[in-house]
Design a protein around this ligand. Structure first.
Ligand code: RTP
Ligand code: MG
Length: 148
């Protein structure tokens, strides 16, 4: 089954949005297989956002993502990588549709509440950066018979 890496960013944690965000993915029908509240080191932040290291906002991005606790998660389900990106909304909250997480809760691109892997390759890479295999739990939920 497909897996993705999602993370409530420091602004989402400070604004008490962990529960709301987890609830959206649970109600959708996806399954949580790992989750933890953690501080990101600069080294991990620079690896995680390595694709952006030449961008002008890279320093600010690393400062922001290391500025307080994040809630890191792995979610599982059919097409979860692309569907989670749709549920998050566009990167810039000025363009994210109402009804999406960023559309409903964020105002500015630098504080956009949630991260989600953008491809199967990113998902594998990011899950490996943030979680040990033994921190992920595979289990069967009978309710999934009604969604899958
Ligand atoms: P993320 O990686 O955090 O899930 O966001 P994303 O895929 O939607 O967007 P991405 O292009 O990967 O950008 C990573 C984060 O960098 C910040 N950003 N700032 N100031 C700017 O113009 C700018 N552009 C991007 C955003 O916080 C974005 O989430
Ligand atoms: Mg990205």
């Amino acid at each position: 089954m497909e897996r993705t890496f999602l993370m409530v960013k420091p602004d989402g944690v400070q604004r008490n949005l962990i529960g709301e965000i987890v609830a959206r993915f649970e109600k959708k029908g996806f399954q949580l297989v790992g989750g933890k509240l953690m501080l990101i080191t600069r080294e991990l932040a620079e690896q995680h956002y390595g694709e952006h290291k030449e961008r002008p906002f890279f320093g600010e991005l690393v400062d922001f993502i290391t500025s307080g606790p994040v809630f890191a998660m792995v979610w599982e389900g059919e097409n979860v990588i692309a569907t989670a990106r749709l549920m998050m909304g566009a990167t810039n909250p000025k363009e994210s549709a109402p009804g999406t997480i960023r559309g409903d809760y964020a105002v500015t691109v630098g504080k956009n509440i949630i991260h989600g892997s953008d491809s199967p390759e990113s998902a594998v890479r990011e899950i490996g950066l943030f979680f040990k295999e033994e921190e992920l739990v595979s289990y069967t939920k009978l309710i999934n018979e009604w969604t899958n």
